[in-house]
Design a protein. Structure first.
Length: 248
């Protein structure tokens, strides 16, 4: 099977610090790939390199067979990559509708789109995430959960092939977290997107992910089905420490 995205020997250094160390994996069309690791493992750095927010020190990133390693973030958006952030990054002085409109105008296959069509799409995605009634509210006045949904609407409005989800559970209460999970599943089914999901709540990925990649100290620890990865000794040690066997 040809991968949608292929990551080969990815390295990211910050001076003398190696944040990502020779990481390779593939993402296949239509799957949900979970991405796990302890705090500071390098998860967000990998995503920042894949989406162009940070330049890779070395290695290669391909999408649909095209080398995107040195592409700018907006070029990768046009290739079909979109992301949400662990900490929402709204345009605080824009309304919810205008925020999504900006994504709709600048997204994949939008070169010849009219303003009216972009507005229609923005309204559609706001309605999809349940924020249509808040369309004229400034982003700064939305609740944290609403900002999470605004992030999702903005990402979907670029019409991605691959959506990066960065710890969507963080800061949400159980009810909001459940709604967020259902929304991501619904988006995947309705829009036919592939999902790359960073998450600390393992129970979520055990149920939602088709495969999981685990990293620690910037290096890949394990890759496989959720059951295989969660029962991997190296993964357990990374989360629980070297002495975990004494309590097993």
């Amino acid at each position: 099977m040809t991968p949608l995205v292929k990551v080969s020997n990815l390295v990211k250094r910050f001076g003398g610090i190696v944040a990502v160390n020779d990481v390779s994996f593939e993402i296949y069309k239509g799957e949900t790939l979970g991405f796990i690791g302890p705090n500071g493992a390098g998860k967000s750095t990998v995503v920042n390199c894949l989406t162009g927010y940070l330049p890779a020190t070395s290695g290669k990133i391909e999408m649909n067979g095209v080398d995107i390693t040195h592409m700018k973030p907006h070029q990768r958006v046009h290739m079909g990559l979109a992301r949400t952030y662990q900490i929402p990054r709204p345009f605080p002085e824009l309304t919810a509708l205008t925020s999504v409109l900006a994504s709709s105008i600048s997204g994949k296959k939008r070169v010849n789109q009219s303003f009216q069509d972009a507005m229609y799409d923005a309204t559609h995605y706001l309605e999809f995430v349940g924020l249509f009634s808040k369309r004229n509210i400034l982003a700064r006045d939305l609740t944290f959960y609403e900002l999470r949904m605004l992030e999702l609407a903005r990402a979907l409005a670029t019409t991605p092939q691959l959506l990066f989800i960065d710890e969507v559970m963080a800061g949400l209460n159980p009810g909001e977290a459940k709604n967020a999970i259902q929304m991501i599943r619904k988006a995947k089914e309705q829009f036919g997107i592939t999902v790359f999901w960073i998450e600390h709540v393992m129970a979520v990925l055990m149920e939602a992910a088709d495969r999981i990649v685990a990293i620690n100290y910037g290096s890949k620890l394990a890759e496989g089905t959720p059951d295989e990865v969660v029962n991997n000794d190296d993964v357990i040690e990374a989360y629980l420490g070297r002495g975990w066997r004494k309590y097993a």
